[in-house]
Design a binder for this molecule. Structure first.
Ligand code: AMP
Length: 282
């Protein structure tokens, strides 16, 4: 596996790959890799000839400086995991490589409020920073496929909007959420959970499953408040539990209102913020 830090060296190498007519799949990450990330790499392998992973903890998508400081960084471990998953190339840029002209320029997009609900409401500026770095990485790597996880439901919805609006020449491929045995969605942040909160965090997926099982039995409002309560009673603190239209991401009032529905949740397990989602109707 080749490892590059600099954009020009990376692009020199990519020109050869493109010249040979190979299809490139790209998996952007912030490192502290786990099996969820590796399943994206494997998915990338299946649909392309050459797999690139990036590790970059993007400062512009953190609305909380403490969260940025505490974000786990495990580069040496990450490299070993990527090797074992047969990743072809790893790109590990510095902030100055990604933002040589500073961080103020952000893509101008019509996001129809999709950036303002749920994560957008609780993490102001997060999505502007996320779209900024994804656009910059896509400009640099120019992949045929961009692979992202369903785990970050609102994130990939916004990236899909950006690709469409800017006519970016790449296909977004969404990969299923990988979970621990007790259902907790794998996340780099899980390693910050103490054993007690780690155990309790299994309630998040249980609440999502409860929503799935009871979507036709309870009203939406009651369902959301019951699921929030389940999570809170376990000692976590729900920030939001919402049932939304999977395209507009706006909360729905009645199940018949929408063809495609997802339940999305964010909560705190101590000082660790976790998110998850489940498609209820597709
Ligand atoms: P991150 O490093 O958290 O920015 O995540 C990088 C990519 O991995 C994103 O596209 C995430 O949606 C995806 N991802 C994170 N956790 C999981 C998981 N448990 N299963 C599948 N994909 C995931």
């Amino acid at each position: 596996m080749n490892i590059y830090n600099k954009v020009d060296k990376l692009q020199e190498s990519l020109r050869r790959i493109h010249r040979n007519g190979k299809k490139i799949a790209f998996v952007p990450t912030m490192g502290a890799l786990h099996q969820g990330h590796l399943s994206l790499i494997r998915h990338a392998r299946e649909i392309s000839d050459f797999v690139i992973c990036s590790i970059f903890v993007n400062p512009t998508q953190f609305n909380n400086n403490e969260d940025l400081k505490k974000y786990p960084r495990t580069l040496e471990e990450d490299k070993k995991m990527l090797l074992s998953a047969h990743c072809d190339l790893l790109f590990v840029p510095e902030i100055s490589d990604i933002y040589p002209d500073g961080t103020s320029l952000k893509p101008e997009l019509q996001l129809n409020g999709v950036d303002l609900v749920m994560e957008g409401k609780f993490r102001p500026g997060h999505f502007a920073g996320m779209l900024q770095v994804v656009k910059r990485l896509l400009d640099i790597v120019q992949p045929d496929f961009l692979i992202m996880g369903q785990k970050d439901f609102q994130q990939y919805s916004l990236v899909a909007m950006m690709i469409k609006q800017l006519n970016l020449p790449c296909n977004l491929v969404v990969s299923l959420t990988v979970r621990e045995e007790d259902g907790l969605a794998m996340s780099s942040r899980n390693r910050r959970l103490d054993p007690d909160f780690r155990k309790k965090s299994a309630i998040i997926y249980k609440a999502l499953q409860f929503a799935h099982q009871n979507i036709n039995k309870l009203g939406i409002e009651e369902l959301c408040s019951t699921c929030s309560k389940m999570i809170d009673e376990e000692g976590l603190r729900t920030e939001y539990f919402e049932i939304v239209d999977s395209e507009s991401l706006q909360p729905i009032k009645y199940i018949a209102e929408s063809e495609k529905i997802a339940a999305c949740v964010a909560c705190w397990a101590g000082d660790v913020r976790l998110i998850d989602n489940l498609i209820l109707k597709e």
